[in-house]
Design a protein around this ligand. Structure first.
Ligand code: PEP
Length: 250
């Protein structure tokens, strides 16, 4: 049985007080046991979130981290720093990191290594641009991102990996991949990883969809065979919308 996961990526939103308000709202919700729920506040709000959710099933995760152990990397945060504030899962390769911070496939592969060495879990994001899809190159783009970012890892490390398929053209645009487009890509991702590693790795891997998921479209997307949950941006900033998305599994 694959894990069902819904993760909220709060991006660079919410100061401490707004974060506490959102956490307070989330704490009042009853979460279905069969879904793993995660939230990714900004770095400054990770520890307050961890403290607030200490006795709660929602996991606090990070949006990014640096690949080095420590050192002269002004403005960066390491794996051990994250772990010291209770964070054991990190999003790596979000398209905003790739595009606005020029994170290369090679750098992302290093980040993956660092996370694995520190026994952290990784939500590894892949996604094609609209031009790639219009040219019919979307499958090749995603396969290349998987190959360069993940195919160097050992088979046993895949239990620490979740893949998030997030078409760049659907992030924060209100434009969602159709459930069929999501299913088609998720099946290709699973097949590609199965071919490279094994049937067990492919079958046990949770693959999340991300890109303008809302309470109104979540159930149809999550209902697809190879969609194991979602990475949610905008709609995760309101507890009631986020909960409706989490509950879309049932
Ligand atoms: C995201 O940035 O991971 C995302 C899916 O954003 P949104 O839901 O706002 O499209």
């Amino acid at each position: 049985m694959r894990q069902k996961i819904v993760a909220g990526n709060w991006k660079m939103n919410n100061d401490l007080s707004a974060t506490q308000d959102l956490l307070k709202d989330l704490k009042q919700q009853v979460f279905p046991e069969e879904v793993i729920v995660m939230v990714a506040p900004s770095f400054t709000n990770l520890y307050p979130a961890f403290e607030t959710l200490r006795e709660h099933p929602v996991e606090v995760i990070a949006q990014n981290m640096h690949q080095s152990k420590n050192g002269a990397f002004t403005g960066e945060v390491s794996a051990s720093m994250l772990q010291s504030v209770g964070v054991n899962t990190v999003i790596i390769g979000h398209s905003e990191r790739r595009a606005y911070f020029q994170e290369s496939d090679a750098q992302l592969a290093e980040k993956v290594n660092t996370a694995l060495e520190n026994d952290m879990k990784v939500i590894f994001c892949v996604g094609e641009e609209l031009a790639d899809r219009n040219h019919g190159d979307h499958f090749e783009v995603i396969k290349a991102q998987l190959e360069r970012g993940l195919f160097h890892i050992a088979e046993k490390s895949w239990k620490q990996i979740v893949v998030a398929y997030e078409p760049v053209w659907a992030i924060g645009t209100g434009e969602t991949a159709s459930p069929q487009q999501a299913q088609e890509m998720h099946a290709v991702i699973r097949e590609t990883i199965t071919e490279q590693y094994s049937k067990a790795v492919g079958q046990n891997l949770s693959i999340l969809y991300g890109g303008s998921v809302k309470p109104t479209n979540a159930a149809e997307i999550f209902g697809k065979e190879d969609v194991d949950g979602g990475l949610i941006g905008g709609a995760s900033l309101k507890a009631s919308d986020f909960m409706a998305i989490v509950n879309a599994f049932s």
